[in-house]
Design a protein. Structure first.
Lengths: 112, 112
């Protein structure tokens, strides 16, 4: 089945640094979504991408839908301690419009 | 505006027992999806309900079943529980024609 490979698996950075994480797939995706999950909570949607090449920002977050429709990245600028959490990429494959496929997650830790 | 509500928040069951988890979707949403999230993993799609019918199903055995009620709320039932069913079970709701998935905080199921 369709899978998403997310990297890096974890990151430990200094407050104020920029962060970049990405997601790749061997097959085409119709949408790319980026979620953040805090301990004991459900995932919260950060950015949604619907078109190949689309670049979207949400505050200090920027994400892009790859031209090939097989990848996406998320950048966080000037990280702050509350950015700590697990970030997931997710998407809808070309033939499964109802099913969201998730990556394995990137755990981000920020040192004040 | 209440988001997605799940109950109970935590549950401990014995191997072989049956369990029912409940979900109330966000106001204005009529589609409900269920996901299983094992520790350290991304959520895995179980199934999706729309108009009180199962519309799509992931790779889960028949021990996992569900129901959607006329008010769009939903239940997830798991029979003959196994130790491996221990996980965070997430409910996500969305509007009919949209990808705006909103997740609940989940039910933490522990099977002993």
């Amino acid at each position: 089945g369709q899978q998403l490979n997310q990297s890096p698996q974890s990151m430990f950075i200094q407050e104020g640094e920029d962060v970049s994480m990405n997601c790749t797939s061997s097959s085409i995706f119709n949408t790319w979504l980026w979620y953040k999950q805090d301990p004991g909570e459900g995932p919260v949607l950060l950015i949604a991408l619907y078109k190949a090449g689309e670049l979207t920002s949400n505050g200090r977050l920027t994400a892009q839908f790859g031209i090939t429709r097989k990848d996406s990245f998320l950048n966080i600028s000037a990280s702050i301690p509350s950015d700590v959490g697990i970030y997931f990429c997710a998407g809808h494959g070309s033939s499964n419009t109802g099913k969201l496929i998730f990556g394995q997650g990137t755990t981000l830790q920020v040192k004040p | 505006d209440a988001g997605v509500t799940q109950s109970p928040t935590h549950l401990i069951k014995t191997r072989g027992q049956q369990v029912t988890l409940r979900c109330s979707p966000k106001s204005g949403h009529d589609t409900v999806s269920w996901y299983q999230q094992a520790l350290g993993q991304g959520p895995q799609f179980i199934f999706q309900y729309y108009e009180e019918e199962e519309r799509q199903r992931g790779n889960f055995p028949d021990r996992f079943s569900g129901h959607q009620f006329p008010n769009y709320s939903s239940e997830l039932n798991v029979n003959a529980l196994l130790l491996g069913d221990s996980a965070l079970y997430l409910c996500a709701s969305s509007p009919t024609r949209g990808y705006g998935y909103t997740f609940g905080s989940g039910t933490r199921l522990t099977v002993v």
